[in-house]
Each structure stands twice: as structure tokens, then as C-alpha cells.
Design a binder for this molecule. Sequence first.
Ligand code: SF4
Length: 257
Amino acid sequence: MIFFTGCPLHCRYCQNRQISGSDGMDIGIEVSDEDLMRLMLSLEEDGAATLNLVTGTHFIPSIIRAIKEARARGFSLPVVWNSSGYERVEALAEIDGYIDIYLLDCKTLSHRTASIFCGRETYADAIVPVLEAVKAWHPRTDLERMKGTILRHLVFPGEIEATKDFLRLFGARYKDSFFLSLMTQFVPPLGNPGFKPMTEEEYDSLVDLLEVYGIDDGFIQDPSDDDILWIPDFTKDVPFPASFADPDPFFLSLKHR
Ligand code: SF4
């Protein structure tokens, strides 16, 4: 994975707030296009299965230059575009030819929910054109061949109706094109411990809806699994648990140069 500093959204609950800017923090290191290209090559040499680009929307021109050059040097990993979906279709069209898997959020279709949790009510307007474009470009998902789209949706506390609206749309428009990842890992934002976790009944009602809408390709988190409630610490050389990731030696050399 390569995480990019900054994010077009400022979600109050962001688990990557140390790098996304949600809390006014912007941990990261400045790299050139060539450094980025070499980092891609280094990840492949380390044995990575994919190149997972996390929240790179605002660096699309640099990322394209780096992938092009890396490909010219033999880089062959499938590329994953891991983003909030809060981006322009024209920008995605530029980079689409370099993307194998879209790992996109559809956080909400509700202006109110977007305003409360994402800090931008316009998210609800921006996301559907993106989903429609990605569906038109990649009408089928085949994870064996590393092609297609996994659409993530995080259940926000107290907003179960918004999740039901999303599932209705997913069942009607996207279930034959995308895989669903239904996530329950909401962690309350700092200083706002008052959010009530999802109840078992609410969780069961969502699982029932998957059947009602015929959604059977994808993943769903079990909220009783405590392991999902960890938060990366980007002040460390290895922000994730050791069982999740090894540090890339080239990145460490850039970080400590
Ligand atoms: S879109 Fe993701 S990375 Fe960006 S602020 Fe929201 S939760 Fe954080």
C-alpha cells in the first residue's frame, strides 16, 4: 500500500486522521515522481500482491507518470485504486487505464448524513456519477483475474436508514457489476464518544436486506469481532500490526534520508 497525505474529504471519524488532514495533521514525506516510481518497483520486489494506492485523488498526474515509468521498467502488479469516491469523473477517466481494481467507498446517499460524518454534504451528489462511470468502464468484477470493483459502505451509528437506502440502490443498480463490502468498524471520532454502536437487531436487519435485494457477492464485517477496532499509527515506521504488513525498505530509506 502507498498512503497519500491529504484527502478531499474531512471525515470526523477518519481512522487515518494523522495523514488525511481531518485533524489538521499531515504526516508524510515529500517524494518526487521518480521516488514514487521506485517505491512501486520496490513493493513488487518485496513480494506485494498488488499496488494499493490509498487516497491518491489529488496526486493523479504524478501517479500516472510514476506508473507509466514503472511499467516501462517491468512493473507488473495489479493496481488498486482505494478512494472515498469523492472525485471527479474526468479525473478518474485520466487514470482509469492504469487501474485494475477499484476499492471505492459509497459512504452515503444522504446529504444530511454526509454533512454530519464527512463534512461535505455534496458527497451525496458526487458519488453516484462516479459509480455510474466505473460501472460503464468495468461492467463485471472478477477478483480471480484482479479486475473490477469492490464497493465499500461503512454503517454510521444512528444512520441505519441511510444504509438501507444505499443497499436498495446497490441491489437495483450495482450488484451484478460490483462486489459489496459492508463494514461495521465505525470508531467514534476523538472527543465524541457519545455515538451508540449498532445493535444486534440492526445488524440482523441489514443481513436480511442483503437477501431481499439478492446481494450475494462480497464481504460483511461481524461487529462482534473486536480485532477490527484498531487504528493505524502513522508516526511509526510500521503503522499496522505486524501480521498485516512489513515496512518497505525503500520507503524507510526515503523517510530517514
Ligand atoms: S475519505 Fe477516508 S481518508 Fe478521507 S477523511 Fe474520510 S475516512 Fe479519512
